[in-house]
Design a protein around this ligand. Sequence first.
Ligand code: HEM
Length: 223
Amino acid sequence: MDDERALRFPISEKVFHNTNAVTWFILIITGSLVYFHLVDKTTAAGGFLMDIHVIAAVIFTFNFLAFVFINPDRFYLMLDELFRWDMDDFRWFKNLGGYPRKFGIPFGPEETAPVGKYNAGQKLAYILFVFSIVFEGLSGWLLYLYREAMPRDFTSLLFTWHVWLGVVVTLLVIFIHLPLSIINFEDFKAMWKWGEGDMPLKVLKHHNPKWVEKELEKVEKTT
Ligand code: HEM
């Protein structure tokens, strides 16, 4: 039936993702303004930006820890989806999921290999994103709390990675993750609308047939 809907993102996953996304952008904007000398760190405005950076970092860190420790099953499920690869995932790269064709580029075969919860491109991106969240949190707190105690070269290397991994991931989010999530607008709505992240079952059957067939446990009907 056309009005059937299924749960794509439970609330715990949405709170984690959306709080992470908002705090990530606050962190990158405040950090970049100071790092690239658009605002002088020794002025009151620079100090204010760094205060906001630290407050956002506290929320960012607790948000991640809350997801991992309050919802370990969801976190485990996400990692399991990300690190479980089969031949269809590798076949997905033959036409990059058909996305180039959407932009008029006839790349690879017309037919796309069937996808589970995430396609192979999403898997690679999300592995990098989860790694970056952990790395940015850890490196940030080390730099904040132990800057003077750490060897100078190590501090400077850690800071370089802290800044540039943040910049690279932000560019990937702005130019790839965000536009693709808007193209798949039902995904976007499921992630950002208020309440449970449900979406039409027929869209999921089209985009994520293996997930619907093998892993989606409960399918709820709208009344
Ligand atoms: C305003 C910016 C953002 C928007 C609009 C957005 C949108 C989305 C959407 C719609 C999905 C679901 C895609 C799917 O069907 O699987 C998603 C998943 C995901 N996003 Fe974002 N995102 C944003 C920022 C970020 C940032 C900054 C990060 C991390 C650095 C991030 C990490 C992830 C991860 C790890 C997932 C998989 C989570 C899950 O399936 O529960 N996102 N995003």
